[in-house]
Design a protein around this ligand. Structure first.
Ligand SMILES: O=P(O)(O)OC[C@H]1O[C@](O)(COP(=O)(O)O)[C@@H](O)[C@@H]1O
Ligand SMILES: [Mg+2]
Ligand SMILES: [Mg+2]
Length: 331
């Protein structure tokens, strides 16, 4: 089985970019170790703090953020980082060109129940035009150089793209290396499986309500087939299931909390996952526009997400075309 660095070399990924990716993985190996030690590592449970988004931080959210941030900045190859757990952009080497945005621990409410969690990342380049701080990261998904996630499940997997398809690497704990285990992921275009938090159903916009109602009607409804539902409450593992065996994943806009109509973050959740989806032949949209085309306005911006098997996402988007909406689908 091939190791990560030779694979990236054969894809002609620049050496410094390979070093940045490799550094992220060094941090991920440490996070994986701490997660697998569980209570023995003394890092389970919550802190007394909330992040900029008002969410209670788990101790491992904080530890994972520190590990990734410190290791990346120490390379001297990173100009700035943006993290879910940092209020503002953190500046690194002024002469370096890479920007890294990340969700250090996604699905962190799963930590206390020993469920799967992950790290999501995207790597961009400093823009050509003069930009400082937050402005550096206000680039569309199409500008991404590399993106992916590390899934800390029964095994620790790296799923990533540099724009030449999606590959899976598995952490071999005996040698401490990520080894290539799937060379090219292609998502089946059709599916009979969906993932959505059904408890929000009554707060969704009409098109999403109607689409899911038709899935639930199964073989007796307009879709004329039965659908199965899965929800892990960690985007990394919900998306991984879809990349592995097809499906549609959505965290749509809802009216539950008018101050927060969307849950998932554009820069370090939706954008990298959309890059993977499209590279694997899938589709990713807010319901009204392609996520990869959105021009971000701030680093912690949230967005409505519908992604997965191409034909199923297209079917869902058909409902949005029939029920035009004037509300913004990202904030
Ligand atoms: O609590 P809910 O509504 O099931 O939401 C689950 C969603 O929230 C998230 O956990 C947010 O991620 P964080 O844990 O990084 O805040 C997503 O991974 C997941 O899709
Ligand atoms: Mg997250
Ligand atoms: Mg997180």
């Amino acid at each position: 089985m091939q190791r990560l660095i030779p694979v990236l070399n054969s894809d002609h990924v620049p050496l410094h970019l390979i070093s940045v990716i490799n550094t992220l993985l060094t941090a991920a190996k440490e996070i994986s170790h701490r997660l697998h030690q569980g209570s023995l590592a003394g890092t389970l449970g919550s802190t007394l703090d909330a992040n900029i988004q008002g969410e209670v931080q788990k101790k491992l959210d904080v530890v994972s953020n520190q590990l990734i941030k410190n290791m990346l900045l120490e390379t001297g190859l990173v100009h700035a980082v943006a993290s879910e757990e940092e209020d503002d952009v953190v500046m690194g080497n002024p002469d370096a060109k890479y920007l890294v945005a990340y969700d250090p621990l996604d699905g962190s409410s799963n930590i206390d129940i020993n469920g799967a969690v992950g790290t999501i990342f995207t790597i961009l380049e400093k823009p050509d035009h003069p930009a400082e701080g937050t402005e550096l990261f206000l680039q569309t998904g199409d500008e991404q150089l590399a993106a992916g996630y590390i899934l800390y499940g029964p095994s620790t997997l790296l799923v990533m793209t540099t724009g030449r398809g999606v590959r899976v690497f598995t952490l071999d704990h005996t040698v401490g290396e990520f080894l290539l285990t799937v060379d090219k992921i292609t998502i089946p275009q059709d599916t009979q499986e969906f993932g959505i938090n059904m408890s929000n159903q009554r707060f969704w916009l009409p098109p999403m309500q109607q689409y899911i109602a038709d899935l639930l009607a199964g073989s007796t409804g307009p879709r004329k087939k039965d659908f199965n539902m899965r929800w892990n409450a960690a985007m990394v593992s919900d998306v991984h299931r879809i990349l592995t065996r097809s499906g549609i994943f959505s965290y749509p806009m809802d009216y539950k909390d008018p101050k927060k109509p969307c849950k998932l973050r554009l820069l370090y959740e939706a954008m990298p996952m959309s890059f993977l989806m499209e590279q694997a032949g899938g589709r990713s949209s807010t319901g009204y526009e392609r996520i990869m085309s959105i021009q971000p306005t701030h680093i912690h911006q949230r967005v409505s997400v519908i992604m997965g098997s191409r034909n199923e996402v297209d079917t869902c988007l058909g409902y949005f075309k029939q029920h035009p909406c004037t509300r913004p689908d990202s904030i």
